[in-house]
Design a protein around this ligand. Structure first.
Ligand code: PEP
Ligand code: MG
Length: 847
């Protein structure tokens, strides 16, 4: 048995570790320990491979001696983590004239020739990086050798020692190449990640009797269900069976020939090897095997490749079978994998004709006909035609169109632009900031440089999971809720220790949130309730009212509509907490933007167009996001908040009468001063008293504040004196902390991230250093003033694992995110609390 500092023969007791020899070497040792038929294998440690890349060769003769005279060998890479990649496998090292003659006698001339040519080709092209052309096509070993000599000015090397040395050198250097380095670093590999190599005796797969090679796995790569899949190819080597069209099935199959038809015992042996690996390696493995004259060899096993859906199904099945714990199952699934289950996706094997790429703003994919306006989207939907709403950017006026569309694509905007926020709430795929698109909504054309001009009605696919915009229709995979997904969510609920609420603006959103099992609604943006065409008109009347009594009349008409919304919302949430945010956006967002709209409004209000026009102008602001919105509106036009408070209280009484008692939470947006809270609180309390005395019914409610301005965070102590809860609105808080417009930042964000100015888009990943510091300050000051203060985060960041980690550490009570982000948030929260338990959650594989 060979064991030197450089080479370790893989035996059950040899010192082979993932951290020194890599994942593949360790896995092969486990297979050996399980007594599976693995050919003789020697592992090279990271340091040895690093030395080889640096030009210091170990004793190759000693290595060859392990395998004996005339053995053919393969070399495979063995990085620490399978995802980190590594150079491709080289087979049949040791092939030379002498070996070819020997093989011709035992296996026949053509088999020997085929092996020899394939090795010369691989050696020339993959090892020495010669041009592939001279080695293409059906050539003889003689021709291959002379092509080699013509390129290299020296004969094809006959010495296995020289061949093996070159292979090892080439693989070691490939690992050091820039592309390989960047690729693995993108997968989380450290800069100094090492490569191990495994040298294995070939099991030929070519020759007399039943010979060939195959790949088999026991879980479906698409669904994760127990199912034998894979391919087998007679007279073949390596993974050839996966790429050849004449490959056969593993188990008997009506569609064609199978290995089981001719070798049932070997297939039974493979099945028991798979079951043994599942049990002992605690994972579904994919096995690479060879038959040589009927004799089975297992050459390699890797974690079986799988879709997100299969990932969940496999982990849940392993836990249900008692092979891993539920905690491990939860930890094995990267949270964002769940997005693949919640939405339709472009099939991973589909062809993709990518037109352009923007920001992946809301996951899932959809195909439809291009429309350029919300009204066209509604018209298209009315005809039952799926459509994609394409806009420069969206505004509240587009909401109905977004409801009608299958997906949204905008030229501008980022992760928290209007389109992105609404689309995530609706579970609609969305790509924003597709800045290479040239949109002409008047001509109704969409131009992508270098491609044809797209017109209204042309079909495209929006992939909100990758940010890709694809020409035409793409093949899709359907969502997979229920089953393993539902089980995983139950386990996550049991494991997590932070509340997860949903941002839900309408009863439909709330229903979706309930499907995902939330702890309540953490943010109901009430303004979204006013975009229904019938309400929009009344809303506009309210905005145009020229005196308090006209305004009161319009608000009186809005009141029953709001009340009905809240009753539905409360009933849907069955006594769970519901946080209703009072009106937030600037009023002019509710006014028409184009000439037709203005004319229609003038007709509805029976006013001259010029009056409407000038009123709209008088409401325009240079910087509406920093202008008359949120609590500023509440202070200056108090009737709006009063109407909303009345609607909330009356709905509370009504919903409590029918079901579980409701304790509404009323939240004031965009606060920056204590006095704002005092003023609004005074009015809300007065309305509560009025409703109580009018109805003779009592109820409780909580009043709280959204911390969205840096000043609110700094002055949280005095603000908390009047607040039962604080919720950090990190969209605005990020915008104001950076002084960075959330609607415009998309234009330069990629340059900023590329040049390392920001590590990430702060509208996507919570800026823990800056915005986070303000949040810490706010939370501490608030709690000091009021120890029972409930603290949460409800900006778009709230569904991100990093923001959940921050919120848990800071002792927040809950996070509130879009309904479709709830599953990801639950899983991330569960993982964090499991990790904090510091238990040995991934007990060592027992082999
Ligand atoms: C926020 O600012 O974080 C927030 C939740 O409010 P909106 O996105 O509606 O401004
Ligand atoms: Mg806000």
């Amino acid at each position: 048995m060979l064991s030197t500092p450089d080479f370790t023969e893989i035996t059950p007791t040899a010192e082979v570790r993932t951290s020194t020899h890599g994942n593949r070497a360790k896995c092969l040792q486990r297979l050996v320990r399980l007594d599976l038929p693995v050919p003789k294998t020697v592992a090279l440690r990271f340091e040895t491979v690093r030395a080889i890349a640096g030009g210091r060769m170990p004793d190759i003769r000693a290595l060859l001696d392990v395998f004996g005279q005339g053995a053919l060998l393969s070399v495979r890479s063995s990085s620490q983590m399978p995802d980190w990649g590594g150079p491709g496998t080289i087979l049949n090292i040791g092939m030379n004239d002498e070996k070819a003659t020997e093989l011709a006698a035992t296996h026949g001339q053509s088999a020997a020739d085929a092996l020899y040519v394939s090795f010369i080709r691989a050696y020339a092209v993959d090892v020495l990086r010669l041009d592939a052309d001279p080695f293409e096509g059906p050539i003889t070993p003689r021709l291959a050798k002379s092509a080699f000599e013509a390129e290299m000015d020296e004969p094809f090397p006959q010495d296995p020692c020289e061949q093996l040395a070159e292979v090892l050198k080439s693989m070691a250097r490939a690992w050091e190449g820039t592309t390989a380095r960047l690729l693995r670093q993108a997968q989380g590999a450290p800069a100094d990640a090492g490569l191990g190599l495994v040298v294995q005796e070939m099991a030929l797969g070519i020759g007399q009797g039943l010979s060939g090679s195959g790949v088999v796995q026991f879980a479906s790569p698409e669904t994760g269900e127990a199912q034998v899949t894979g391919r087998w190819l007679p007279q073949a080597q390596g993974r050839a069976a996966l790429s050849e069209t004449d490959a056969q099935f593993i188990v008997s199959d009506k569609r064609g020939k199978s290995l089981e038809d001719v070798a049932p015992e070997q297939v039974a042996a493979l099945k028991s090897a798979g079951a043994l690996m599942r049990q002992r390696l605690r994972e579904e493995m994919q096995i690479e095997f060879t038959l040589m004259n009927g004799h089975l060899s297992i050459l390699d096993a890797v974690r079986c490749p799988r879709s997100g859906r299969a990932e969940v199904a496999v982990a849940v099945a392993l836990a249900e079978d008692g092979i891993i714990t539920t905690d491990e199952a939860l930890l094995r699934i990267p949270p964002f994998t769940l997005n693949q289950l919640l939405h339709r996706q472009v099939s991973p094997i589909a062809a993709r004709d990518v037109l352009t790429r923007g920001i992946a703003a809301s996951p899932g994919a959809a195909t439809g006909k291009i429309v350029f306006s919300a009204s066209a989207a509604q018209a298209m939907a009315a005809q039952g035609e799926p459509c994609i709403l394409v806009r420069r950017e969206t505004s509240p006026e587009d909401i109905r169109g977004m409801h009608a569309a299958q997906a949204v694509l905008t030229e501008r905007g980022g992760m928290t632009s209007h389109a992105a926020v609404i689309a995530r709430g609706l579970g609609l795929p969305c790509v924003t900031g597709a800045t290479r698109l040239m949109l002409d909504s008047r001509k109704k054309t969409l131009t992508v440089p270098g491609r044809k001009i797209f017109h209204e009605g042309d079909v495209i696919t929006v992939d909100g999971s990758t940010g890709d915009v694809l020409a035409g229709a793409a093949e899709m995979v359907e969502p997979a809720l229920g089953g393993a997904f539902a089980t995983l969510m139950d386990w996550a609920d049991a494991a997590r220790d932070i509340g997860i609420r949903a941002n839900a603006d309408t009863p439909e959103d709330a229903a979706m949130a309930q499907r995902f099992g939330v702890d309540g609604i953490g943010l109901c943006r009430t303004e979204h309730m006013f975009f229904d065409p019938a309400r929009l008109t009344v809303m506009r009347e309210m905005i145009f009212a020229e005196n308090p009594s006209d305004r009161a009349a319009a608000l009186d008409r809005l009141l029953p509509m709001q009340r009905a919304d809240f009753i539905e919302l409360f009933q849907m949430m069955q006594g769970q907490p519901v946080t209703i945010r009072l009106f937030d956006p600037p009023l002019h967002e509710f006014l028409p933007g184009d000439r037709d709209g203005i004319r229609a409004l003038a007709e509805a209000l029976d006013l001259p167009v010029s009056r409407v026009q000038s009123r709209i102008e008088s409401l325009q602001e240079f910087n509406p996001m920093l202008g008359m919105r949120g609590v500023r509106l509440g202070v200056t036009v108090p009737e709006i908040y009063e109407m909303q408070a009345r609607a909330i209280f009356e709905a509370t009484i009504k919903a409590s009468r029918k079901g579980a008692p409701v304790v509404p939470e009323i939240m004031i947006p965009l606060v920056s001063a204590r006095r704002e809270v005092e003023l609004v609180k005074g009015r809300v309390d007065a309305i509560a008293a009025e409703v109580r005395s009018k109805t003779g019914q009592d109820f409780t409610y909580r009043l709280g504040v959204m911390v969205e301005t840096p000043r609110a965070a700094l002055r949280a102590g005095e603000i908390a004196e009047h607040s039962a809860f604080l919720s950090f609105g990190t969209n605005d808080l990020t915008q104001m902390t950076y002084g960075l417009s959330r609607d415009d930042a998309g234009r330069f964000m990629s340059a900023y991230v590329q040049q390392g100015v920001f590590p990430e888009d702060p509208f996507t990943q919570l800026d823990v250093d800056g915005v986070g510091e303000l949040m810490h300050l706010g939370a501490d000051r608030g709690r000091r003033a009021r120890p029972d203060l409930i603290i949460s985060i409800c900006g778009e960041h709230a569904g991100q694992p990093s923001a959940i980690a921050f919120s848990r550490k800071a002792g927040f009570d809950y996070v509130s995110c879009s309904p479709f982000r709830v599953p990801v948030a639950k899983l991330a929260a569960a993982q964090l609390s499991i990790q904090d338990k510091n238990l040995p959650v991934d007990p060592k594989v027992s082999v």
